[in-house]
Design a binder for this molecule. Structure first.
Ligand SMILES: Cc1cc2nc3c(=O)[nH]c(=O)nc-3n(C[C@H](O)[C@H](O)[C@H](O)COP(=O)(O)OP(=O)(O)OC[C@H]3O[C@@H](n4cnc5c(N)ncnc54)[C@H](O)[C@@H]3O)c2cc1C
Length: 404
């Protein structure tokens, strides 16, 4: 939908106030100018960043996706993060916790094997002093040229506030469906004319479904209108996490662990110190159905205790550290585990921006940028997003079956 003049500027409703919806709103409002910005609305059912975008780690890597089609998107996004952090500081006075980091793979155990002394073995000497627990080995995975972090909740909220400051609107409401009409005499198919929010229709030319794992609802909203199969099944994977506040300062060393409990069970929690002195630790993946709303996500005390035990075994300063948050959330996943970014075949004005799995914080800026390009200029210019097009799921499309 190219905008050539004032009359052609689309009314855009973004469904979902997670980081993908927030980044899309931010780039639309910034690149489109005030006339576009004031036609952009984000609809969020609970609160901005109430789900994975507020409960994620915020780890960023330049090249860890290079072996997948996500590589170019991730590289662009990695470059955009420090730019965004600087912009948001300058324009809104907001600190989103961006910094470059050191990243290590750490092998840890709860019970040190008989005959081996506790503490660090050979190969672990390069770790900082605060990692003083049962570490049996380590290796460097990334340095400050290739790995970084942000605070996901702060970034999501700052992006939304940036969009609002430019003229966009953020409203609280539950999106229940899309209003579609026949596209017109010359065009086949249907087009978006509105978004149904809490029983009322908000007029819209463009609807962006960016509801994380809840984007699955769009299958029903677009059924019979979209090309068959074009809206994929989006599932969620549940994770628990804690935010600890140790008494002693911790350095900017991110730890990807392979950890063995005394029971023999092995797990892979991730430990991310943050610039504010807290330490985020996540783990315990579970394949569970996504609850109807983010407000219904259940936090299981046992899984939180498990994560704290790992943290305390690796670093004594984390053992009794006060807990600032204990939480759970779902990361969104498409059938082929690739993001889903782009127009829905068969329905003009319907876009999907979801399925970012464990890299949604990293890839949000580039996703938001290309979403703005597709909506305002008719195509993505900054990076090739064809591998992520919903069109790949259309039944009969080349490779559609193979990818599922
Ligand atoms: C434990 C964990 C750690 C992670 N760590 C990292 C990391 O270190 N680095 C990284 O790059 N990625 C990480 N991720 C992945 C990242 O968090 C996600 O990919 C990303 O947050 C997804 O953002 P989203 O906007 O698509 O979805 P969400 O954050 O789920 O947001 C969707 C929003 O839509 C709203 N919504 C839902 N239904 C409706 C409706 N009907 N109407 C209106 N609004 C609705 C929800 O309330 C929610 O606010 C992690 C994920 C998890 C679970």
């Amino acid at each position: 939908m190219a905008a050539t003049g004032e009359a052609a500027k689309p009314r855009v409703v973004i469904c979902g106030g997670g980081i993908i919806g927030a980044a899309t709103a931010y780039y639309l409002a910034r690149t489109g100018g005030p006339e576009v910005a004031r036609r952009v609305m984000v609809v969020e059912r609970e609160a901005p960043a109430c789900a994975a975008s507020g409960k994620a780690g915020g780890f960023l890597a330049l090249d860890w996706n290079d072996s997948s089609p996500v590589g170019p998107l991730a590289r662009l996004s990695y470059r955009l993060h420090p730019q965004l952090a600087a912009e948001l500081r300058e324009q809104l006075g907001r600190d989103v916790g961006y910094r470059t980091v050191h990243t290590w793979q750490v092998v840890g155990v709860e019970a040190v094997p008989a005959g081996a002394k506790g503490g660090r073995l050979r190969g672990s000497e390069a770790l900082p002093d605060w990692v003083d627990g049962n570490v049996m080995g380590s290796s460097e995975m990334g340095d400050t040229d290739s790995t970084a972090q942000v605070h996901p909740a702060l970034l999501t909220r700052a992006l939304l506030d940036g969009a609002v400051a430019a003229g966009a609107r953020l409203v609280t409401g539950c999106v229940q469906g899309l209003q579609l009409e026949a596209a017109g005499a010359e065009e086949q198919g249907r087009r978006v004319t509105g978004v149904v929010v809490d029983g009322e229709v908000l007029p819209a030319d463009v609807a962006v479904v960016a509801m994380g794992p809840w984007s699955d609802a769009a299958r029903a909203w677009l059924e019979g209108a979209a090309a068959p199969g074009a809206v994929p099944h989006i599932t969620g994977q549940k994770y628990h996490s804690v935010v600890l506040r140790p008494e002693q300062p911790v350095t900017n060393h991110m730890l990807f662990t392979g950890f063995k409990y005394a029971s023999g069970r092995t797990v892979e929690p991730e430990v991310y110190p943050r610039p504010d002195g807290t330490v985020y630790v996540c783990g315990e993946p579970q394949a569970l159905p996504v609850p109807p709303s983010p407000a219904e996500v259940v936090v299981e005390g046992q899984l939180i205790d498990n994560i704290r035990r790992v943290a305390g075994s690796l670093a004594s300063c984390l053992k009794e550290a006060p807990v600032e948050a204990q939480q759970a959330c779902y990361l969104p996943c498409a059938p082929d585990s690739l993001p889903v970014i782009g127009p829905v075949p068969g329905v003009a004005g319907a876009f999907l921006a979801t399925g970012h799995t464990c890299w949604g914080i990293l890839n949000a800026p580039a996703t938001g940028l290309v979403m703005a390009e597709m909506i305002l200029e008719g195509k993505a210019k900054s990076v090739d997003v064809r591998p992520f097009a919903p069109a790949r799921f259309v039944r009969g499309a080349a490779g559609a079956g193979a990818r599922r």
